[in-house]
Write a protein that binds this ligand. Sequence first.
Ligand code: 5AD
Ligand code: SF4
Length: 481
Amino acid sequence: MKINENWNIPNLNEAKQRTKKQAVIEKSLFNIPFEVAQLGVGRTYYLRTYGCQANERDGETIAGILEAMHFTPVKNVEEADLILLNTCAIRQNAEDKVLGELASLKRLRKTNPDLIFGLCGCMAQEEEVVKTIIEKYPHVDLVFGTHNIHRLPTLLYQAMMSKERTIEVFSKEGEVIENLPVKRFGTHKAWVNIMYGCDKFCTYCIVPYTRGKERSRQVEDILEEIHVLIEEGYKEVTLLGQNVNSYGKDLQIEGGFAYLLEEAAKTGIERIRFTTSHPWDFSDEMIDVIAKYDNIMPFIHLPVQSGNDDILKIMGRRYTSEQYMTLFHKIKNKVKDAAISTDIIVGFPNETEEQFQDTLKLVDECQFDNAFTFIYSPRAGTPAAAMEDNVSEEVKQRRLQELMDHTNHWAREKNQAYVGKVVQVLVDGPSKKNPSVFSGYSQTNKLVNFTGDGICAGDLIDVKITAAKSWSLDGEAIKVK
Ligand code: 5AD
Ligand code: SF4
């Protein structure tokens, strides 16, 4: 493979190193060089984001940068002068989807020879992926990673003007950059990053390699962002971090996430959500704050991954199923009507039938409101990928189906319990299928479809629930708040 000496290729070994050094917080590092500022005039872009909320939020930064350079967004990929895929690396099927898409989009070059193809996000942080792109996808002009989004103006200029492939991925995280532009995709709900990276190193997970070490933003920067959002009319913020419970540890912020959450609640914004919480460092103070403030939504995503202690240990999760259950019940007892969702992996290396049954037992005991269920997918460079993946595909599929039968049953039961009750819904807008039906989410994150008059996106409406389905509730609006 021919590697150009100007390229910066990521290295997973470097990516996993952790230093105690605090990340520098930069309030004015980002800028658009003068010669690059008009690059987008008369040009269009198409951005597609895959994966989690962190990626969604990065997509908003990328769109913000491109529009600051005067690029115009298009919804139809055929009309684009720049196509950017903002990718996810969490499981192999996420990567296969992107590679398939890249291959199929190549045809557009024929009608637009100046078209620029770019790939960014978590896949760009993986050494093997970048090597595959270099070798097998020569039409990809630009590759950049999660740590150098701020370099996009310069990299894009290089790719467009020099017509040479531009590959720049930093293996390690750098500064926390505060002055990046943002184009929010939502009009009344917004993502707010509170920290970047993850230091948990669960043995199956690629995230600590693709997103770097934990770096928190300062409390005042986060609160300022929420105040601006309130002024702009936003009703709901979701505080984002791979593990929000770790918030502030790197900056020695006293009280950590519990403190930040309470300060965020005091801004008075109508609704606050947060994700994700690792069960290991979910503090009692956090539970107290969630219980105390009406504007902190009583909905917690609490990934368990497995119900078996030996598997949890090999996964590096740092808790037993009993400790998880204790935390689960503590939350349920203290936070009124709390809903809890989870993530579960089946078919981890060496998972026996008995160990899988422990997961089913835990699911039946917790009766989760919702569960995201996955088949284990080996990720190159992680410790689990070096273990023998000895559960057959057939068994993995069967376990997934069995697990989903249980989780779906409880999701339906939980929804059923809402029939006849009144819930507050933040309206997303009219349904695509029927303009007299509106949809939105309840405080406990239930999707509610309902009828009513004079309703607008962004309204907070009380809705009486009339029927329950597996994945949503039906209802009628009773009054505008
Ligand atoms: N294989 C399958 N699922 C995974 N997840 C993370 N890594 C893997 C993997 N290698 C799941 C976990 C996590 C969620 C975001 O994705 O359940 O909580
Ligand atoms: Fe991955 Fe574990 Fe970090 Fe979650 S806490 S991002 S599963 S390493």
